[in-house]
Design a protein around this ligand. Structure first.
Ligand SMILES: C[S@@+](CC[C@H](N)C(=O)[O-])C[C@H]1O[C@@H](n2cnc3c(N)ncnc32)[C@H](O)[C@@H]1O
Length: 285
C-alpha cells in the first residue's frame, strides 16, 4: 500500500500553496525591512507619492486606500488633502516609520499590515485606490490587480506609479538578475507594471478612462555610479538581499559592484540622473 503524499487532494494542494505563499511574503517583508527604505524615500523617491496623489485628484472626504504604502510617501500627502486614508503594506516596520512621521506632523490616517494580493477590505470600499512604486513588487500581478479593482467602488479612481523596465531602476533590477536567486514559480518581474500594455491587460475592461504617461524623476543625489551603488547597497532591501545571496563569492560581489557602478555612470550626467516611471490612472467601471 502506498502512503498518500501531503498534496494528494485539491484541499491539500491549496493548503500547501497557501503555506508557500506565506513563506514567500515573509521573505519579502524581511527584505523590505532590511537596510533603510525610509532613507531612500526621504532622500530620493518620496516626492513621487505627491505626484500620484495629484494625478488621481484626491479630494477631501475621499476614502483612499494606499497599497504597498511603505512609510507613507503617498498616503500622508493624500491625508493632508483631507482624505480618509488607509495605508497598507506587507512590511510592518515601514508602516511604523510612517505612523511616527504622520503623528509628528499631526496628520491622521490608518495604518494596516496587508498583502496587496489579499486585501482585508470589502468590495468597493474605497473612492480611490493608489499604489506608488509599490504594488509592482507583489509577485502575482493578476492577483494584485484584481485586488486594486475589487476594493475600488464603481466610478472610483485607480492610480498606479511604477518603474519602467527601460528606465534606471528597471535596469538596476536587470543588472542584479544574474546574481539573484531564481524567482519563485509563478512570479512576474516587477518592472512589467511599468509597461502600459501590461497594466491595460491586467485591468481589462474593468477599468475605463485609462491614461498612461512615462515621466522622469530627477535625481541629483549621486556624483557618480559608485555613489549610487553604495547608497543602494546600504539602504535598499532588494539590493541588500542580492548582495547577501552572493556574499560567500567575492568574485561575484566584485562583478556586481562593477556592474552597478557602470550602470549608474551611464545615467549620471553632470550629477543628475533621470529615473523613468509610468503613471497610470483610470476609473473603475
Ligand atoms: C519601493 S517601496 C514603495 C513604498 C511607498 N509606496 C513609496 O512610494 O515610497 C515598495 C513597497 O512595497 C511593499 N510590498 C512588497 N510586496 C508587497 C505585497 N505583496 N503586499 C503589500 N506590500 C508589498 C514593500 O514592503 C515596500 O514598502
Amino acid at each position: 500500500m502506498t502512503t498518500p503524499s501531503t498534496t494528494d487532494t485539491p484541499t491539500d494542494q491549496a493548503t500547501a500553496d497557501a503555506t508557500a505563499d506565506r513563506a514567500l511574503k515573509a521573505k519579502h517583508a524581511a527584505m523590505w525591512a532590511s537596510g533603510s527604505y525610509a532613507t531612500v524615500a526621504d532622500e530620493i523617491v518620496g516626492t513621487l507619492g505627491a505626484t500620484l496623489v495629484a494625478a488621481v485628484d484626491v479630494r477631501p472626504g475621499d476614502r483612499v486606500l494606499d497599497v504597498a504604502a511603505g512609510t507613507g510617501s503617498s498616503a500622508i500627502p493624500a491625508a493632508r488633502r483631507g482624505a480618509e486614508v488607509t495605508a497598507t503594506d506587507l512590511t510592518p516596520e515601514l508602516l511604523e516609520v510612517g505612523r511616527a512621521a504622520a503623528e509628528a506632523q499631526g496628520v491622521e490616517l490608518t495604518w494596516r499590515t496587508a498583502d496587496a494580493e489579499a486585501l482585508p477590505f470589502g468590495d468597493g470600499a474605497f473612492d480611490a485606490v493608489i499604489s506608488c512604486i509599490g504594488v509592482m513588487f507583489a509577485p502575482h500581478h493578476e492577483r494584485a490587480a484584481d485586488e486594486l479593482v475589487r476594493t475600488s467602488r464603481s466610478g472610483g479612481r485607480i492610480g498606479v506609479l511604477s518603474w519602467t523596465p527601460a528606465g534606471f531602476i528597471g535596469q538596476m533590477f536587470a543588472t542584479m538578475k544574474p546574481y539573484a536567486p531564481p524567482p519563485p514559480p509563478g512570479a512576474s518581474p516587477a518592472p512589467l507594471w511599468g509597461l502600459a500594455d501590461h497594466v491595460r491587460s491586467l485591468f481589462g475592461d474593468r477599468v475605463t478612462d485609462l491614461t498612461a504617461s512615462q515621466q522622469q524623476l530627477r535625481v541629483d543625489r549621486f556624483a557618480d555610479g559608485a555613489a549610487f551603488r553604495d547608497f543602494f547597497k546600504a539602504n535598499y532591501g532588494p539590493t541588500i538581499s542580492v548582495y547577501r545571496f552572493i556574499a560567500e563569492d567575492p568574485a561575484k560581489v566584485k562583478a556586481l559592484d562593477e556592474d552597478l557602478a557602470a550602470l549608474g555612470d551611464r545615467f549620471v550626467h553632470d550629477g543628475v540622473m533621470e529615473w523613468e516611471y509610468l503613471l497610470v490612472t483610470g476609473r473603475r467601471v
